[in-house]
Design a protein around this ligand. Sequence first.
Ligand SMILES: Nc1ncnc2c1ncn2[C@@H]1O[C@H](COP(=O)(O)OP(=O)(O)OP(=O)(O)O)[C@@H](O)[C@H]1O
Ligand SMILES: [Mg+2]
Length: 382
Amino acid sequence: MTTRSAARRHEPDPSTAPSPPPRDPSRDPARDPSRAPLVVTADPALRDELLRLAAAAGVTPEVVAEPAAALRSWTRAPVVLVGADVAGALAGLTPDRRDGVHVLSWGTTPDELFRSAVGLGAENVAELPRSEGWVVEVLTDLGEVGRPRSLVVGVVGGSGGAGATTLACALGQVAALDGDTVVVDCDPLGPGLDRVLGLDGDDGFRWDALCQTTGRLSARALREALPRRGTLGVLTWYAGAPAVLQPFAVREALSAARRGHDVVVVDVPRIADPLVDEVVARCDVLLVCTVATVAGIASAARVCARHDGRATLGLVQRGGHLDDRDLTAATGVAVVGSVPHQRGIDEAIDLGLGPVRFPRGGLARSCRDLLARLGSIDGAAA
Ligand SMILES: Nc1ncnc2c1ncn2[C@@H]1O[C@H](COP(=O)(O)OP(=O)(O)OP(=O)(O)O)[C@@H](O)[C@H]1O
Ligand SMILES: [Mg+2]
């Protein structure tokens, strides 16, 4: 589902790059030689600098000076840092295409280096010393590479007020009982998911802060910077501040969220907007929360038609008792679950408890069933 851009000049701003988070020893790649990053350079100054940055990130790379010798670890290493001095020669060996290749140069980048970077399938070309903070981020992030493929679930209302935001938060609360989960607020006109989850008093990062950062966002840095309760984090806007979705921040945040969490739930707004379409395309599954009224179903059919083909779609019926086959006939989309009308939900939210007040209640049970079903849908779609 991820897209790769052609090699581009990477110029992170060191003053705004997030500082490396503390290390979690249980995920330390330095303790697993098969997870060591690969550094390919014959330039002693570049090698020493990269060893210094690796030490700052708490990893021990494998360093290779000969391009041909680099091929042995090329596909196995979680990340490959290629020095400008050997990039051309290595590209000439046409190594297999893989993710996580970065070309590094001292000072300004000569044009021919970009050709070599494209030949290597590199994600970017970074200049040292200005990008050193970014290099530390990339290396620090290695602890996340071994995370099993995460599930990204979008939730959109079939009609206004259908319960999409509530369902997104409830799914997040239930998923967090089993692993790292983040609920991502992509609705600039919504209530703010930190409020719905009772995390609005937490100082963590909001979209506003993420929009200030440049360069690649570390999965761990994002996870640890967000407002959170236990294993549940939330990404939203400050209350009352104008809320705008920025393409760069959305792409980086969703990518880092997927790398750093087991489940990502996205509250998708009901607006026809190319950036929202892109958000949907980054989801494995889009749940369309539908109320069983004539207007609710007619509106849901339109929402389904808009997002048809962007992600696997599934209908969730809220509080109704319409036959699944009738809903599917009207919308062309399979019903994957239902959520009950839960009494006292607004009170639970007002109390800061989130919509799932009781882990054994009907809403929690529906969300658990839904998540179990989505795991198999995702597996089938992958
Ligand atoms: N399962 C539920 N049981 C009871 N009430 C619910 C349920 N889901 C949502 N609600 C209530 O319905 C109202 C609208 O819910 P919500 O904000 O989640 O809908 P939405 O689809 O996100 O709306 P919008 O179109 O504004 O984005 C809220 O008052 C919420 O508490
Ligand atoms: Mg909403």
